[in-house]
Write a protein that binds this ligand. Structure first.
Ligand code: NAD
Ligand code: ISE
Length: 335
């Protein structure tokens, strides 16, 4: 039996997830889609034989829809997730869970009142094979207690609508979640450091940026975000422990020897770098939904924590000073 899914938001990643849920993920059928742009919704719906529903609220309430995937814009995620919880339907929400920490707390309260976890957040790096290998190394204690992490997040270029604050909230947010998960602890402060701006792109944009985080145990994590690096999509991560270090592997690529050089290509798109992670992420989510069990992926606390941490990074961007991070107590519900 296939789970009947409704998808809200049929833009770039929504269309990809609709295709993924139709062609790659087993046990799922997209039965309905909705977008504030009805033509876009109709075009995506027609590719997979789904119905178009004329609002997110109606899609959530639709009796045929058993579970919901939210791929709309960040600022509308909170209300859509809350509607799913009220309807008692499992929901996979692309990052960010919310753009506001108070909304993250509302979601956690609603879920706890419902009595069962229904929400998974789309931090797909936890499903990437390389990150999973790193996690196994860390959990095996092979490198001892982590002391430092060095991360790089480079995009070849971004659209003009990309703003300076998005370096933290849209881009570094992936490292925030991945490092909280890898290290198994929370961030306690952040300072945003601004190098000289690249002249290669928009005048309005401060790019690159460096985020210096501290964790509860005193480990340090530095994250370079450079979204107009020109040469490709490049994700790097190294964790240094008391007894050794572990580094994220580059995606496998053939090494070409030619004209006195040995080289391999650098990927250009984040969609290409994390395609398999997206596939695994949605398959594992769907399997849990089909089994009637709570999701095991990033939960509402993780979504809330990422918002609080990236809000603090934006605050530091404006002042230059380190900003303390206070998440409050994590409810046992999210242990
Ligand atoms: P997009 O602008 O291409 O698509 C968003 C779509 O949502 C648009 O078609 C828009 O019309 C629709 N929408 C907006 N408000 C709506 C509403 N109230 N109801 C229904 N539809 C609505 O953006 P995108 O690049 O596809 O990003 C969508 C989300 O996915 C964002 O939250 C983004 O951060 C996230 N995302 C995650 C990753 C990742 O690596 N996990 C990558 C890209 C995007
Ligand atoms: C985008 O929204 C993503 O989520 C990508 O993974 C990231 O690399 C990019 O910088 C973001 O804009």
């Amino acid at each position: 039996m296939s789970i009947r899914i409704g998808v809200i938001g049929t833009g770039w990643i929504g269309e990809q997830h609709v295709r993924r849920l139709t062609e790659l993920v087993s046990g799922t059928t997209v039965v309905a889609v909705s977008d504030i742009d009805p033509e876009l919704a109709a075009s995506v719906a027609s590719q997979v034989g789904a119905r178009v529903v004329d609002s997110a609220e109606k899609l959530v309430a639709d009796p045929e829809v058993e579970a919901v995937v939210i791929t709309s814009w960040g600022p509308v995620h909170a209300e859509q997730v809350l509607a799913c919880i009220e309807a008692g339907k499992p929901v996979f929400c692309e990052k960010p869970l919310t753009t506001d920490a108070a909304d993250g707390r509302r979601i956690m309260e609603a879920e706890q009142a419902f009595g069962r976890r229904l929400v998974q957040v789309g931090f797909m790096r936890r499903y990437d094979a390389g990150y999973r290998q790193m996690k196994r190394v860390l959990d095996s204690d092979a490198i001892g207690e982590p002391l430092m992490a060095h991360c790089v997040h480079r995009n070849p270029t971004v659209r003009e609508s990309y703003t300076t604050e998005m370096a933290a909230k849209d881009t570094a947010v992936h490292e925030v979640d991945a490092l909280r998960w890898l290290l198994g602890e929370e961030f306690t402060s952040v300072q945003t450091v601004l190098p000289r701006k690249t002249p290669k792109r928009f005048e309005h944009l401060q790019d690159p940026q460096i985020f210096l985080f501290e964790t509860a145990s005193g480990a340090r994590v530095d994250v370079e975000v450079f979204v107009n690096c020109q040469y490709g999509y490049d994700i790097q991560c190294e964790i240094v422990g008391e007894d050794g270090a572990v580094r994220l592997p580059d995606p496998a690529a053939p090494l070409v020897r030619h004209a006195g050089q040995a080289s391999f290509p650098v990927l250009q798109e984040f969609g290409d770098r994390f395609t398999e992670a997206f596939d695994v992420e949605l398959q594992e989510w769907a399997d849990r939904v089909a089994a009637g069990r709570e999701p095991t992926g990033p939960n509402s606390w993780d979504g809330y924590a990422a918002t609080v941490v990236t809000d603090a990074a934006v605050q530091s961007l404006h002042t230059g000073a380190p900003v303390p991070i206070d998440l409050g107590e994590r409810p046992d519900f999210y242990a």
